[in-house]
Design a protein around this ligand. Structure first.
Ligand code: F6P
Length: 344
């Protein structure tokens, strides 16, 4: 009998439950038992688990968030916690571990794999910044939400002749801003990968204004910053167990600067966690399901230390090491497409 442990770590995102369901159901076909580990790595440190059955995962496919809970716990912060993880894996008879997460969760999975723990990774994040996979699930849902918000902001921006600044998530990579900005017809997209020049942004808005367009939409990733500013704007000094600060504030900064420079009334909308909430799109449900089934196949083959990934339209397996080696930043060809529309 094989027992599979499954956990979700880091920020939640729509589609996590679809993976959990797929792992349980595909595993059952091979006679595997599945144990859900609560609140990410925290559950393995303290030994908080629950059995998952066909019945308990029924109806969760369209549900946002994660039925297992999540946390940003880093067990590698302490030797004692790593020992607890090992002890609990033995105690619950876990033969294989499925870690569903982004850069931090997969980083822990990679380190555990090097310690000899049989682990398989599944990439998730609304930020779409995990390397070695073309897309992560959650991202499509996030850009659909942001695109709808931009559409809605367009009508009110036009009525009031305003500049609307939309702050979206994206700590190190501006995928959400770029893709939703293109889909929503943004007049300027600001991303962490390219520090921006406020004079240039103002020039683009002015050019548009001169053509008779008396409103503009500026989409900014939370990690975007002007040239000369060393770090992204943060909400507080607090950092999580992986050393990440809580970003936020670039929208307000831009609203004030653009109002000053451009002379037009500006407003800011911070979309925040709305981008991560609610039901997954059909695309994310399918991708998450394919990832979950592929993770079980890796376990069946005892092919550990790998992450399932989307390459073109195929699901493949890549070494976890490759997935965590670097972050996948925005494709500059894609960003160039977005910038063709600036000043229009
Ligand atoms: O998981 C990714 C992410 O959504 C980032 O885009 C964002 O910076 C961060 O999580 C927010 O984290 P929290 O939910 O802890 O505020």
């Amino acid at each position: 009998m094989t027992t599979v442990g499954v956990l979700t770590g880091g920020g939640d995102c729509p589609g996590l439950n679809a993976v959990i369901r797929a792992v349980v159901r595909a595993g059952a076909k091979y006679g595997f038992d599945t144990i859900g580990i609560r609140d990410g790595w925290h559950g393995l440190v303290v030994g908080d688990v629950e059995p998952l059955t066909d019945y308990s995962v029924s109806g969760i496919l369209p549900k946002g968030g994660t039925i297992l809970g999540t946390s940003r716990t880093n067990p590698f912060k302490s030797e004692a916690d790593i020992q607890r993880v090992r002890d609990n894996i033995r105690r619950f008879g876990i033969d294989a571990l499925v870690a569903i997460g982004g850069e931090d969760t997969l980083g822990v999975a990679n380190k555990l794999s090097k310690l000899g723990i049989p682990v398989v990774g599944v990439p998730k994040t609304i930020d779409n910044d995990v390397a070695a996979t073309d897309y992560t699930f959650g991202f499509d849902t996030a850009i659909s939400i942001v695109t709808e918000a931009i559409d809605r902001l367009h009508t009110t921006a036009e009525s009031h002749h305003r500049v609307m600044v939309v702050e979206v998530m994206g700590r190190h990579a501006g995928w959400i801003a770029t893709m939703a900005g293109i889909a929503g017809g943004a007049d300027q997209i600001l991303i962490p990968e390219i520090p921006f020049d406020l004079d240039e942004v103002t020039r683009h808005l002015q050019a548009r204004h001169d053509k008779g367009k008396k409103f503009s939409i500026v989409v900014a990733a939370e990690g975007a910053r002007p040239k000369g500013m060393e770090d992204a704007i943060t909400q507080s000094d607090r950092v999580d167990e992986f050393g990440h600060a809580t970003l936020g504030g670039i929208g307000i900064y831009l609203r004030d600067e653009l109002e000053k420079r451009f002379g037009m009334e500006a407003r800011v909308t911070v979309l925040g966690h709305v981008q991560r909430g609610g039901i997954p799109t059909a695309h994310d449900r399918v991708l998450a399901t394919r990832f979950g089934v592929a993770a079980v196949e890796l376990i069946k083959e005892k092919d550990f230390g790998k992450m399932v990934a989307l390459r073109g339209n195929d699901i493949i397996a890549v070494p976890l090491e490759e997935a965590v080696a670097h972050l996948k930043t925005v494709d500059m060809d894609l960003y160039k497409i977005a910038s063709i529309f600036y000043g229009g």
